[in-house]
Design a protein around this ligand. Structure first.
Ligand code: B12
Ligand code: SF4
Length: 500
């Protein structure tokens, strides 16, 4: 007879930026408060995770998985299939970005029983209570389920503002294990929801709408200082879509953090136009409060492509201004770029490369992370991408390889695609970038990277990528001096007390 236990599975996301899955910590709190036990198995820190999930499921009510589109689906499918094979009557519930954006296609999979669209705090508690009472999912807002072999979708659930959401159950996280994988002890934190803009490639509107809402500065200061002190963290990544929407709030947060005397690094995501709105003095205050990096979607160096991306709020000069002001304040400007957006030709791509080269030279320390355009369902550009011949998978499993790293587009395939990938490889070595994860790099490996950065810059300046000997050398160096990987095993799981 199953007790009051819920098993969560968090599949690996092909990145070394390991830390506790915030979505699962968010939906756990209402369950704990209602007296349920929670087990979280994150495959990144759990050896033999399949066996461990199945063992834990034996006396549990259900299995719940959190996933985004892409490689996380591989382990989701593996675990869900194994769970259904062993315990056919225990529901498998999927939540997070992928099920939220493609609920129908996700629910069709035979090993999925329930999907949750959007915020999961209230929805999951209601689902679990219905399961415990042996009732159907009828009437639970934001939920899709199966009944007599049919797919049923209840009406959507209204979004709750962040100020009405319960605190995340950080105490469930095994920060020791994450630190061993990542090399850094850090966590994610949310201080606001949604973004007022609507960039053509972005899926945010489909899940969080555009009504930006935020916690007040006092609460942010209290929660963040408590979090870092309690768990000994050195870094918080504030994962808000656009931290700087309210001009006064970040300044008040910074003042509060400085007053608190608690020292830690933090980083934010924000659009360049809102960074530019702040003065260098205000940014210096944020730096004193611990802000070390601002991650921004620069996306293109071409005004034409920026317009196609629905980013008229950002001019190319805005990107320069954001880089200048942040650099003067001692904060690392970090930019994302997208290559291959519909409408981008070689000429516009060159504008992007020139922008990257120019900013990195003028503002040493600035960094660029590049992607090949990946059209996510639910983003405004999707219709246009379909017209241009994009094919998207027609089953949950088909999305496993849908990932920027592998993307080829009908208008950017074959040798064109190869060229852009080589160019991206040269960009990776041309200038330094600082990931969250801190792996020990062998000094000789580092020296080789330094050496090849010089010809890499020359190649990027001259748009010449044939016979990429430097990249062969780089790959050989990575093979000769690989980074040391630590062996990790999550804490032995225990029943969780109600503490939040
Ligand atoms: C942190 C983050 C990452 C981190 C993850 C670190 C970690 N340890 O988890 C890293 C850096 C690895 C990452 C990588 C990528 N990411 Co990311 N990431 C985010 C970010 C900024 C925050 C996610 C988060 O934790 N939010 C806070 C929690 C509380 O909110 P939430 O996840 O929405 O959870 C709520 C609901 O979704 C739901 N829910 C979530 N899980 C579950 C589970 C159950 C059972 C239920 C019922 C409900 C539920 O309830 C929660 C509470 O309301 C989001 C953007 C955003 N603002 O959310 C992008 C985002 C999720 N990422 C995205 C993308 C595209 C990527 C990358 C492809 C980027 C890239 N170019 O490589 C990779 C893919 C990773 C992979 N290999 O699969 C997209 C996802 C689009 C999609 N269709 O899935 C987002 C939405 C950004 C965007 N706007 O485009 N990412
Ligand atoms: S500014 Fe960022 S979060 Fe806002 S719509 Fe554009 S990409 Fe999405």
């Amino acid at each position: 007879m199953p007790g009051k236990k819920i098993v969560f599975f968090f599949p690996a996301f092909s990145s070394q930026e390991a830390t506790a899955p915030l979505g699962i910590l968010a939906v756990s709190t209402p369950l704990l408060r209602a007296g349920y036990e929670v087990r979280i198995l994150d495959s990144t820190i759990t050896p033999n995770f399949k066996r461990r999930v199945l063992e834990e499921l034996e006396d549990a009510l259900c299995l719940a998985v959190s996933l985004v589109t892409g490689p996380m689906i591989r382990e989701t499918v593996k675990i869900a299939k194994a769970a259904k094979a062993l315990y056919p009557s225990k529901p498998v519930i999927l939540g997070g970005w992928h099920p939220s954006l493609l609920p129908g296609q996700t629910l069709v999979a035979e090993y999925v029983d329930v999907v949750v669209k959007g915020q999961g705090e209230d929805a999951l508690l209601e689902i679990v209570e219905h399961i415990a009472a042996g009732e159907s999912m009828k009437g639970i807002a934001g939920v899709g389920y199966k009944e007599d072999g049919r797919l049923v979708f209840n009406p959507p659930r209204e979004l709750k503002p962040v100020s009405e959401l319960p605190p995340k159950a950080y105490h469930l996280a095994d920060f020791d294990a994450y630190q061993r994988v990542c090399g850094r002890r850090w966590a994610m934190y949310t201080s606001s929801l949604a973004c007022p803009f609507n960039c053509a490639y972005c899926t945010n509107e489909g899940v969080y709408g555009r009504k930006w809402n935020a916690l007040d500065p006092g609460q942010v200061v209290e929660e963040t200082t408590d979090l870092v002190t309690r768990y000994g963290l050195s870094l918080l990544w504030i994962v808000d879509d656009n931290f700087l929407v309210d001009r006064e709030r970040p300044v008040a947060i910074a003042e509060g953090l400085v007053r608190s005397g608690v020292k830690f690094e933090w980083s934010i995501q924000a659009s360049t136009n809102l960074v530019e709105r702040l003065t260098v003095e205000e940014l210096k205050l944020l730096r004193r409060a611990g802000l070390t990096q601002v991650s921004q979607g620069a996306d293109s160096g071409s005004p034409k492509v920026l317009h196609l991306m629905n980013k008229d709020f950002q001019k190319v000069e805005t990107i320069y201004e954001a880089a200048r002001k942040l650099s003067q304040a001692g904060i690392r400007p970090s930019f994302n770029m997208i290559f291959g957006f519909p409408g981008e030709s070689d000429a516009e791509r060159r504008e992007s490369i020139r922008l990257i080269m120019d900013i990195c030279r003028r503002y040493p320390g600035a960094e660029f992370w590049t992607n090949i355009f990946t059209p996510y369902p639910g983003s405004p550009v999707m219709e246009r991408a379909f017209e241009l011949g994009i094919h998207v998978p027609d089953s949950l499993e088909g999305w496993v390889d849908f990932f920027p790293r592998y993307t080829t587009l009908p208008w950017l395939n074959g040798s064109k695609h190869k060229r852009v990938q080589t160019m991206r490889d040269y960009l990776r070595v041309a200038f330094n970038r600082i990931p969250i994860g801190k792996r020990q790099v062998h000094p000789l490996n580092r020296a080789i990277h330094e050496l090849i950065s010089i010809p890499a810059r020359w190649r990027l300046d001259h748009d010449l990528y044939g016979l990429p000997v430097e990249l062969w050398l780089k790959n050989a160096a990575n093979r000769w001096f690989p980074p040391v990987k630590s062996k990790v095993d999550a804490h032995k799981l225990q029943a969780e007390a109600v503490t939040c």
